[in-house]
Write a protein that binds this ligand. Sequence first.
Ligand SMILES: [Zn+2]
Length: 303
Amino acid sequence: MSAELAFNRNQDVDYGVAQEVGPGIRRIVANNPGPYTFLGTNSYVVGSGEVAVIDPGPADERHLKAVAAAIKGERLSHILVTHSHRDHCDGARGLQALAGGMIAAFGATGTPRGAGVPGLGEAFVDPSFAPDRRLADGDTIRSKGFALDVMHLPGHAPDHLCFALVGKRTVFTGDHVMGWNTTVIAPPEGNMAQFLASLERLMKRHDKVFLPGHGGRIQTPQRVVKAYIMHRKWREQTILACLDDGVRTIPRIVERLYGTLDAGLKGAAALSVLAHLEHLAARDLVAADGPSGLLGVFSSRAS
Ligand SMILES: [Zn+2]
């Protein structure tokens, strides 16, 4: 197994322009590129005449106006939000003011939100995000020309939803499965056990296309989900190998595993290692000598 997953990162982006990416599906990319957002957040328009928008994107007036312009003359029934990270949800009220529609999302989780490194706290998560309608796993959103099944797939975020276009074997995967990189799992916002369980749920489906929150369409969904799972298992093994070699603190593990990583992403890498250690500890394969967390000292129970 290799460390790097192969992604097709050749995405043509024309910010603010609605592009057809499937039958009855248009995509408008927000101009918010960055280390966590790739070229920007994808907003999708589903249907025609009566439409839903999946992920309004950031509170960027130009982007929201572009989405509103793309659906001019159509009725916006729902603004669906995959999860309450600001690059997906912050534009919801602004889009509603421009185009109407009911904002629907999972809503409050009652769990600790955010993650304690710069850029991954409240700058990243909106813990007070409140939709007009709360959605739950198993709900179906029905409109004139389409139906979307709601799946609650936590892991990247506790409130993360994916939306499956009924009868089309197409899933809007948000940040659960992305088209350009592996997903950041940063505790307490992220949870590795939940993330893997959510991947297993997608594995059991037989979809043809995933449309992610960032990056281009995924034409081989099962292969990508399997690669995500394999990548996490491989990462877990490399962390256990570090512990066996006496590399027992998160900064040292990050140094060894991600030596070449951009300094700005090392905080997220540290949290990802913590997510793995928590998942190993929950299965009694690893223990913290003293308090757990980013400053903890860990050892393998097998050694
Ligand atoms: Zn995102």
